[in-house]
Design a protein around this ligand. Sequence first.
Ligand code: CMP
Length: 136
Amino acid sequence: MSNSEQTLSIIKPDAVERNLDSEIKLMFKNKGFKIVQEKKIQIEKSEAERFYKVHETKPFYKDLCEYLSSGPIVVMILEKENAVLANRELMGATNPKDAIDGTIRKKYGLSIDKNSVHGSDSLENAKLEIDFFFKD
Ligand code: CMP
C-alpha cells in the first residue's frame, strides 16, 4: 500500500555557507526522496520567530531565530513513502554528537544549533511548514 507523504526540509545557514547544499540534496535523492519544490531564500528574524513559535518558551528560542535568519537557507518540499519519518532518520539526532553514521547531521552538523538541517517532526507540522514557505 502506498503511503506517499510530503515533508519540509531546510538546509540551514551553516550548511549553505559551506556550500553543502548540493551534497545534502544528493543524500536525499539517494534515499529516494523527490524534491518537489525548492528555493534559496533569506528570512527575517520575525519570520523565523513565527516558524519556530512552538519553541517560544524554550531558553534557546532567541538564538535559534537569530541563527535561522542569519544567512541564506534552502527550503524544500520532499516526497517519498513515509517521508516525515524517513527524513528524520536521514537527518539523525538533533545534536550531531548523538547522530549515527550515515546521517546528515553526523556528517555535516557542527553543534546542536548549527546542525545543518531542519525537518518536520510530524505529518501535521509538515503541512503547516510547507504552507508557511510555499503557500502564495
Ligand atoms: P530543529 O530541528 O531545526 O528544531 C529546533 C532547533 O532548535 C533544533 O533543530 C536545534 O538546532 C535547536 N536547538 C538548540 N538547542 C536545543 C535543545 N537544547 N534542544 C533541542 N533543540 C535545540
